[in-house]
Design a protein around this ligand. Sequence first.
Ligand SMILES: C[S@@+](CC[C@H](N)C(=O)[O-])C[C@H]1O[C@@H](n2cnc3c(N)ncnc32)[C@H](O)[C@@H]1O
Length: 259
Amino acid sequence: MARDQKDYYYRKAKEEGYRARSAYKLQQINSKFHIIKKGDAVVDLGAAPGGWLQVARQLSGDMVVGVDLEPIEPIPGVTTIQADITREETVDRVKALLGRDADVVICDAAPNLTGIWDVDHARSIDLSRSALAMAKKVLRPGGRFLVKVFQGDMFIDYLNEVRREFGQVKSHSPQASRKESAEIYIIGKKLLSAPVRVGETYDVEITSSGSSGDGVALIQGFAVIVKGTSLGDRVKIAIKGVKPNFAFGAVVDDPKRES
Ligand SMILES: C[S@@+](CC[C@H](N)C(=O)[O-])C[C@H]1O[C@@H](n2cnc3c(N)ncnc32)[C@H](O)[C@@H]1O
């Protein structure tokens, strides 16, 4: 069954001129989640031989930059570099090529498989972490992220790392993935540019009030709305929700509160 499915997408890719059957995974994921839109600047990590690059270019019609350890045969409208996505210098090279913030970072990178499940899973998580680190540095605030991960016991920790950085996060297995495959794709939308994260606590002073009448504290210039507080209160808060331009906090302990 899995073999038939593989052959179907393999043949289809040959017929339609895609370099890899994985092109259909990106098409299917994009139909469902709308990650790449017209005019987007896209960075593709672990991009060889280039199936995703072909699809990304068709979807965006704009700047697409691909990175892989392996060389990639030229694709019209696409810039590629041979580089290691785990190295810091690669971030600088990608930024220089883009010349602007990226709208989307996609990553289908996979380690050389050893067949030892724990090792392959750990290496996949390492690559996914590098992709997340790159995304945080090259994406515009509000940008989108798609990354492949091999499932295993570190998956949930990684998923939570992505959740800390993006306002909307989902995971998904496209139909074009082989049935026996343990790969899963994580989709992150609305990259958060806030200096605060859900669960963190801060001692703050309420320095203004919002339109709702609740107090507002500034953390590194970022507005945090704290329900039930008023101007001049000094309170300890926990961050309960983060939006691109503001956050919600709740008082957790207010021994020094002045009203
Ligand atoms: C499954 S293939 C990607 C297929 C691609 N999405 C396509 O549609 O053609 C995984 C790629 O990840 C690349 N890769 C693995 N580790 C990497 C690293 N540290 N830096 C850059 N690329 C890496 C491999 O060289 C390989 O080409």
